[in-house]
Design a protein around this ligand. Sequence first.
Ligand code: NAD
Length: 373
Amino acid sequence: MKTPLDRVSLSRRDFIGRISLGAAAVSLSSRLRAADAVAPKKLGIALAGLGSYARGQLLPALKNHTQHCRLAGVVTGSKEKGLQWSKDHGFPEKNIYSYDTMQQMADNPEIDIVYVATPNALHAQHSIAAAKAGKHVICEKPMAISVVECDAMIAACRAANVKLSIGYRLHFDPFHQELKRHAREKDFGPFMKITGANGFNMQRKVWRADHKLSGGGPLMDMGVYCLHEACLATDGATPVAVTAREHPKTRPEIFADVEEGLDWTMEFANGAKAEFMSSYSRNDGWFRAEAEKDFMAFSPAFSYNGLKVTTSQGPLNLTPVPSQQAIQMDDFAQCVRDNRQTIVPGELGRRDMLVVEAIYKAIRTGQRTVVAA
Ligand code: NAD
């Protein structure tokens, strides 16, 4: 079929039509060129702490899945490891930093975001150093080992005018987003009874069982998922009070200075109650939220993939995402680029730390403990 542009002789109308088609084509092609020219660059992430989470989850996410950010550098205590990463993953040697040289990142425009994945007790120090270098921060959970540290991190990021986010990857998982939606829209009614457990069997003493690096045992590590998820199931509420009991130590040689396991409860202002268990001596990972008649049950609940969810209305058939971490990092990169607030800000990490502190106090005192405001 011929278009007006194919005609040999042109009427005035054809001529105008041709001009405007031509103009549209020019404008479309210049828009495409402009889009090319201004295609936003991927933001550069430096991973701080090249341990199992960085290596096993964050690196593959950045290499294979992210669209808005890329691996641009590392912060590591080992120069050799840094050189190997630079060679293997294609960033320049100048983008290797040590924990003591993080302030020099201020002069490096290739790094926009520092992702802190070091032991818990170092999160505050490393996040604050990144903020002081003018870099946006993603910090792994638990945010820190005390509310005081969380406050210092939030203040440092505010003072430096950078964003702070916590690695709560499950907010970016479709199954957990469905829990969040139910909690918000209450199509099952409010979830009033929440239960779950999360743990693994630790075979030998590592920093996670060393109080000065971890700040506590499984509560700080696996338990945080349960308590965070309970707050999510109650539509973002903070519990008002907790009770807690430490498990007897069966392997004191490993768990001399942190709990080996614990049970705890959380009460919410609307009357909802949560009961959880977390342990370094048992493999577990399930979560259940019950409304008056309906429920959602997750098992496995907290893994990187392979989540399974049943509800009172049948199984939840959602397409799993290839990488929760990639979506989480991409979302943060877009928050930075568009100057919008992340859905997992430092304030959420601080809220969880308030609950953690109340739970440890309840263990020490044996009393029901009010969560500080
Ligand atoms: P890991 O032990 O495998 O790695 C820790 C890294 O920190 C290592 O590279 C180590 O060299 C470095 N490090 C720096 N200073 C150190 C010091 N003084 N002592 C010991 N190590 C030091 O631990 P991981 O499993 O990668 O956990 C790191 C952080 O990530 C923790 O806060 C953990 O809670 C969090 N994490 C989160 C998830 C998640 O799903 N969001 C999963 C695993 C770990």
